[in-house]
Design a protein around this ligand. Sequence first.
Ligand code: NAP
Length: 544
Amino acid sequence: MPVSQTAWEPHRHEVIIIGAGVSGIYQIKRLTDLGIDAVVLEGDDDLGGTWYRNRYPGARFDSESYTYGYSWSREVLDEWSWKERFSGQPENLRYLNFVADKFDLRRHMRFDARVSSMDWDNDAREWTIKLDSGAVYISRFVIPSLGPLSMPTLPSYPGMGDFTGPSFHTYHWPEEPVSLEGKRVGVIGTGATGIQVIGELADKVGELKVFQRRPNWSSPLNNSEISGEEMVEIRNRYDEIFASCAESPGGFEHVPDWRGFSSLTEQERHAHYDFLYTQPGFAILVANFAEIFFDQAANDEISAYIANRIRDRVDDPVLAEKLIPKDHGFGMQRLPLETNYFEAYNRENVHLVDLSEAPIERITMSGIQTTAEHHDLDVIVYATGFDAITGGYDRINIRGIDGLLLGDVWADSPRTFVGVLAHGFPNMFMVAGPQSVSGSTNFPRAIETGVDWVTNLLIHARSGGCTRIEATAEAEQDWVDEVVRAHERMMFRHSKGWFTGYNSNVAGHHEGKIRYQAYFGGAPRYAAKVAELAAAGYPGVTLT
Ligand code: NAP
């Protein structure tokens, strides 16, 4: 049973971890193994983070399950069997519970413990952490493990409260089964989430209306079951699998094709695309020619190839054109992977509502009014994305030295030292924070790097009797410059999308301003950089 946080007296621990998702679970394991007094504060009533929340139909990994699972426990690797190459949300949540229960981690977690503020006391060298409930925690160190996609964003259409049927953001899909059979369902948003939910619901609802503002590129997930024998073979290859993930820029088993785009004929390249299109997961993107990210001609060619695949799969040619992005190339925003998404539009009960032609005016009691017509609906699903990467931090009032508000410092763009430390906010270590590599790679691979680095920094500081750890302003600026340089090298810097610097889901985040939210230098370069810092005794970090 989850433990609920009800006590009101201040609680003292050496380390507070915020968030019991994929990162928080591993972080508490590392700290308690070291005998460090630490607890996890989790806002929800149970653990799992992303996989606890996103219960919408069709929610599943798009990284291969066996590359997404933790690599740090041989026992877990030996005991857990993935059933599908891209495992679904219920199984993923079971997995995280299995890990937490196996190591008895739940007893270090406090649920229904949503943090509302964190204040740094520069004299006492402590953080005071307040919860929505009024409970107070005091700790020397705090490790926000908030996840990059934990702040869902709803649009602000007039009348949203007037709709009389069920309506919810996909992140808040109800725990109780929602009956959609025979219902008229509207889905707003065609990102990775919308594309999963639309593919899954198309043949299960009465009528499905997809409200699309901008189309997204998407390619097949190519999911399959993992047999018992295949799982044995995967288990035997785990060391090799994780080693190859560590060498790939995206933290995947797929590695870029370095043969050189121009060294092959167009026919040879097309044969390669044909092969990749049938391969599982992100192969079409990350096992493709690396030039597709840097060279316009290479990107134009793969974009034209994928556009033709969409034309082949959608019966109505006019509709097919509406589903093909014209404002960005393939892979220039975070690529959604799909199952039967394009075929869904060949069904009589599925209709695309193109908001670029007729925007939404308001939500009414009975549906959605666009500038062209009224759409009668029984259920509205908002698949409208997240205030990604920094949203979780903005939700907490984080005040550092002299009451400096982190949200103010990051108003235009976050500033960090290797995505972990922020100058002016001592003793706060972000796992998978802004400007780390985690936002741009197979998430757990990168968070393991982050958790291990934070843990080693703590061990180093404690062994030297240090009670205050802060990045210097110079080191932080150097890292921000490196993040900007890596971003500037990528062609996607011109496209919109949370992943690539403009977040069109958040008012004000996309008005010509780039937010440098993630480091795009690749996981191997990032891992090498932070390992180098640790080996050199953490230059750029003041330990007192
Ligand atoms: P997203 O990719 O940011 O997509 C949000 C969608 O909502 C976009 O189509 C956007 O349109 C639309 N939208 C936002 N505000 C709107 C408004 N006011 N009116 C109409 N449309 C609006 O968000 P997401 O689909 O939730 O995906 C976010 C990330 O979560 C993914 O990129 C991925 O990293 C992660 N994810 C992972 C998995 C997985 O691993 N399997 C699955 C799902 C999601 P515009 O494009 O015009 O802004």
